[in-house]
Design a protein around this ligand. Structure first.
Ligand code: G6Q
Length: 558
């Protein structure tokens, strides 16, 4: 069946398809297999289950898989028409069926500029026009040619945005800090006034540029922060309304709202409804990145992503990194019952990657209704979480090593660190590699007993300690190793995750590009805000919500 641009193959009957059932049977054979036995049987396992993409290595050999597993998974991918759906996305078909939109973040990094049509119009001239505008603007600001109201050059940039208009550029800026040369870039997202107050306190209005980043330009948090900032700016004795033009720019799809806010549309960087918020860092939403590291680096980021786009489009499934990662994720989520998956970057510059991927993955595939409006009868998006290594080792890895749940992990590391402290780099690398080994290998009773005996522990003590010091292991991991974290390798890795999420959405027959689930809370918050402002309850609530509201109002009065 063909549905608004995406080829649907299921009506929530996915679990009854022969492809799915093959995996059910195969899982019966695999569920008690220990990875250590797979390695013992096959000395070539690392080379057979690893791939190189440019300078990036993916080692997926530490998974509970065999070649048969992968064949069954690829069969499912073929049956769910991953290829056909992928091509529909790249062609600009309206695969976001609930909003009637194309999904074309890939067009933003289409560096060859080949036409990409939406509603009979090639979108590429607009994409290139905005990139040129970004180039001209960033050059001016970075060179000091763009002056603030008092004639001084800009030293600080503040991106005011939330969700997709914050997480992506913030994460990339942190990741590319070693490439930053001139400007300081800050991010304000939360409506909690503490964040904006603390930020403004340290800024000089004469030398600060504010980017109001909002696709819709109606997001309450962003507009509230932007209004507060505007007031702060105008409260300085020597500023006037006309100075706003030198200190506020907007990134949006909504020029009317930008104009209403008081920002000259000449200072607006445009993007389009076919760019989803969480996929928008490649668009003008990346302006803060371009200001921070320069437009050339921003283009390298796009080029890295484009290289992964081509890999995803052209490689057969068995050498296609996003497809492999997606299908391994399906294997654990749908057949082993894994509830979550951890992202563990062993690179301080990637410390915001887990938060970014939480949104990218969970907002895309956290759905229980499929594209056709049927309730799914299978699990969909996993809980994505994590933190930077090594810190996590001293915090939650205990549960990975000895807890009761299967938690597949992605370890991400870079070989050549941007730090020149060699001793630190070596310790970090050793821990990354050792953790993947320990999670898989575990330690059986025999080894534990021997170790305790060698340490001189008394026999009866040994038996007491044995169960606590034994690890079953068999916790799967992927290792994604970059030669170095560069704009290009980062771009490729992020596009890899985007396509992984896409493939999983296709397998589950989801629309990965809407997010209706976040609407309800926003609507209810508007009602409750009315009540808080009025100081009384005005709408029907349950007793808990009513109780909380009254408690808040009473305590506030006190
Ligand atoms: C992303 C989501 C969401 C969005 C924010 C900000 O895919 O839609 O995170 O990016 O709510 O929206 P605006 O950019 O419209 O302010």
């Amino acid at each position: 069946m063909r549905l608004a641009g995406l080829i649907s193959n299921t009506k929530s009957t996915l679990v009854h398809t022969p492809a799915w059932q093959r995996l059910v049977v195969h899982h019966n054979d695999m569920q008690h297999v220990h990875m250590m036995d797979l390695f013992d049987k096959n000395p070539d396992r690392f080379s057979e289950f690893s791939l190189q993409f440019e300078s990036m290595l993916l080692d997926y050999s530490k998974n509970i898989i065999t070649h048969d597993t992968m064949d069954h998974l690829f069969y499912l991918a073929r049956k769910q028409r991953v290829k056909e759906n992928r091509d529909a996305m790249f062609r600009g078909e309206k695969i976001n069926n609930t909003e009637g939109r194309a999904v074309l973040h890939t067009a933003l990094r289409n560096r060859s500029g080949h036409p990409v049509m939406v509603d009979g119009k090639d979108v590429m001239p607009d994409v290139l026009r905005v990139l040129n505008k970004m180039q001209a603007f960033t050059d001016k600001v970075r060179s000091g040619e763009w002056k603030g109201y008092s004639g001084k050059a800009i030293t600080d940039v503040v991106n005011i945005g939330i969700g997709g208009s914050d997480l992506g550029p913030n994460m990339v800026c942190r990741a590319l800090t070693p490439y930053a040369d001139r400007l300081k870039v800050h991010f304000v997202s939360n409506v909690d006034g503490t964040q904006i107050e603390n930020r403004l306190m340290h800024l000089n209005p004469e030398t600060t540029l504010f980017i109001v980043a909002s696709k819709t330009f109606t997001t309450q948090e962003t507009i509230t922060n932007a209004n507060t900032t505007r007031k702060w700016f105008l409260a300085h004795a020597d500023t006037t309304e006309k100075d706003i033009a030198r200190h506020f720019v907007a990134i949006s799809t909504n020029s009317d709202a930008v104009r209403k806010f008081g920002i000259d549309v000449a200072n607006m960087f445009e993007f389009w409804d076919w760019v989803g918020g969480r996929y928008s860092l490649w668009s003008a939403i990346g302006l803060s990145i371009a200001l921070y590291v320069g437009m050339d680096r921003f283009i390298e980021l796009l080029e890295g992503a484009e290289a992964m786009d081509k890999h995803f489009q052209n490689e057969p499934f068995d050498t296609n990194i996003p497809v492999i990662l997606a299908m391994i994720g399906i294997w654990y989520g749908n057949f082993f019952g894994a509830e979550s998956s951890a992202i563990l970057p062993y690179d301080h510059h990637l410390r915001l990657l887990p938060a970014y991927l939480e949104q990218a993955d969970m907002e895309s595939n956290g759905k229980s209704v499929d594209r056709d409006g049927n309730h799914t009868t299978y699990s969909t998006g996993k809980v994505i979480w994590g933190t930077e290594g090594i810190n996590g080792q001293h915090a939650f890895y205990q549960l990975l090593h000895q807890g009761t749940r299967l938690i597949p992990t992605d370890f991400i590391a870079s070989i050549r660190s941007h730090s020149c402290l060699e001793e630190h780099c070596n310790i970090l690398a050793a821990n990354f590699i050792a953790q993947t080994e320990a999670l898989m290998r575990g330690r059986n009773m025999k080894e534990t007993r021997l170790q305790l005996r060698n340490a001189g522990v008394e026999l009866d003590e040994i038996e007491k300690h044995l169960p606590h010091m034994t690890f079953y292991g068999n916790q799967p991991s992927n290792s994604i190793v970059l030669e170095q974290l560069t704009p290009r390798s980062l771009g490729s890795m992020l596009a890899m995750y985007e396509h992984k999420i896409f493939v999983q959405g296709v397998i589950w027959n989801l629309n990965s590009y809407d997010q209706w689930g976040v609407e309800l809370g926003k609507k209810l918050a508007r009602n409750i805000l009315d009540e808080i402002e009025e100081g009384r309850s005005m709408y029907q609530h349950d007793s808990s919500t009513e109780g909380l509201l009254h408690w808040f109002l009473e305590k506030r009065e006190n």
